[in-house]
Design a protein around this ligand. Structure first.
Ligand code: SF4
Length: 422
């Protein structure tokens, strides 16, 4: 799953209790006070919070089982789509991204109805329409249904091609199902395919990672996401780590895996466009790009997060409350970053991208009150070699890609009087 993009709430709480900060979203009032013109929504994210099993490293908002709620969920999310604010312009969008959870776990008929609703409302022939899938949930019927509903890109959660490592991750599919599900999608006519892999799995060495990446390259996807395993707070895996029951891969070994990935994928003709993402030329994920370039996107479904003209929020991560409600989701954490926050976020997002940030934009941000204090931080990291200026852009160096968190943490450190409007 596209870890950095999901922006869903890390929780397994699916009850009906209230959460601090929840409120109804009055987007019309926000736009009246904060937008020069009616915002243009360029992307749609829709969340499907169901999986066959909850993997122990996962911190996405998703629920194992609850097959009884699948059809009802589709009715409810279509109701939410119908309540999309008329004051926003969103037709057609650049990207629709249906994530989870496992969207393809839904029965075919309701899944088709849901996707066709999104297509009718937001897509045209130029829209990139992505659905996330797990290998064991894709057969010829599902692949055909996706195509008929307008889906033209599928992101497949392979994670590994070795049974023992899949078991360590608590993934339920067999390695061979990745190739068969890709074959079903190609046969149905979906050419734009992405594979997600995880490295740094406990017990994995460099040779095993090389085997996994070679297996993925052999399948010739247009896009690859390769993430180092994260021990997210609150997950069962993190609990095992804290109790000393798991031996994490040493940092230097994980760094070797990452460095080898960069070289191998370059040799195989993939372009790295972000710390964890590679694509064939022209096949970078549009939803990813919207996110990293501060675009406007709307979210449907519990825990989905949205960003419109500097305002951001996330939908309440409560399945019961969502199913009982109607229209737009209740939201949490509605906020508008102040100037300092916006500059920090622009650095954080922009430096994740291999192209970095235009020097003109960097100078503009550093010349304001909120930016000046970041100039010495940038100069320090340029001097240490983690950042470099090249081709009129500021970007992470090869070493900086490995230590991106150090650079970003420094740039995000709060200055005096920082805050958010709420
Ligand atoms: S399949 Fe993906 S979304 Fe579902 S529990 Fe596993 S990691 Fe999380």
């Amino acid at each position: 799953m596209t870890k950095d993009l999901r922006l869903t709430q890390a929780t397994t709480n699916v009850g009906n209790s209230s959460l601090p900060g929840e409120q109804s979203l009055d987007i019309e009032a926000i736009c009246d006070t904060a937008c020069d013109a009616s915002p243009v929504i360029e992307g749609i994210y829709a969340h499907v919070p169901f999986c066959a099993h909850r993997c122990h490293y996962c911190d996405f908002f998703t629920i194992a089982g609850r097959e009884d709620a699948h059809a009802e969920y589709v009715d409810r999310i279509i109701d939410e789509i119908d309540a999309f604010p008329e004051s926003l312009k969103a037709e057609p969008v650049k990207s629709i991204f249906v994530g989870g959870g496992t969207p393809t776990i839904l029965p075919v008929k309701p899944l088709s109805r849901f996707l066709e609703t999104l297509k009718r409302r937001f897509a045209d022939e130029h829209t990139e329409f992505t659905v996330e899938a797990n290998p064991e949930t894709v057969d010829a019927e599902v692949a055909d249904a996706l195509v008929h509903a307008g889906v033209n890109r599928v992101s497949l959660g392979a994670q590994s091609f070795q049974s023992d490592l899949l078991e360590t991750l608590e993934r339920r599919h067999q390695p061979g199902t990745v190739a068969s599900s890709l074959a079903h999608m190609r046969a149905a006519g979906i050419e734009s395919l992405s594979i997600d892999l995880i490295f740094g799995i406990p017990g994995q060495d460099l040779a095993q990672w090389q085997h996994d990446l070679e297996a993925a390259i052999d399948l010739d996807p247009g896009h690859l996401s390769c993430y180092g395993l994260i021990y997210e707070p609150g997950t069962p895996l993190r609990g095992r780590l804290d109790r000393g029951e798991v031996n994490p891969v040493p940092e230097e070994d994980e760094a070797s895996m990452y460095e080898w990935t960069i070289q191998r994928l370059e040799d195989a003709g993939y372009e790295q466009y972000e710390i964890s993402n590679w694509s064939r030329p022209g096949l970078a994920c549009r939803h990813n790009l919207l996110y990293w370039q501060n675009g406007n996107w709307w979210a449907f479904g519990p825990s989905g997060s949205a960003h419109v003209n500097g305002w951001r929020w996330r939908n309440l991560p409560r399945l019961g409350r969502y199913l009982d409600g109607s229209g737009r989701s209740t939201v949490l954490d509605l906020e508008r970053l102040d100037e300092d926050g916006r500059i920090g976020e622009t650095f954080m997002m922009g430096l994740r991208c291999i192209d970095g940030i235009a020097l003109e934009e960097v100078d503009r941000m550093l010349s304001g009150e909120g930016g000046a204090r970041r100039r010495p931080i940038i100069e320090r990291h340029v001097a240490s070699g983690l950042l470099l200026r090249s081709e009129n852009r500021l970007r992470l160096s090869g070493e900086g890609l490995l230590l991106a968190n150090v650079v970003v943490t420094d740039l995000l450190a709060p200055g005096p009087d920082c805050g958010t409007e709420t």
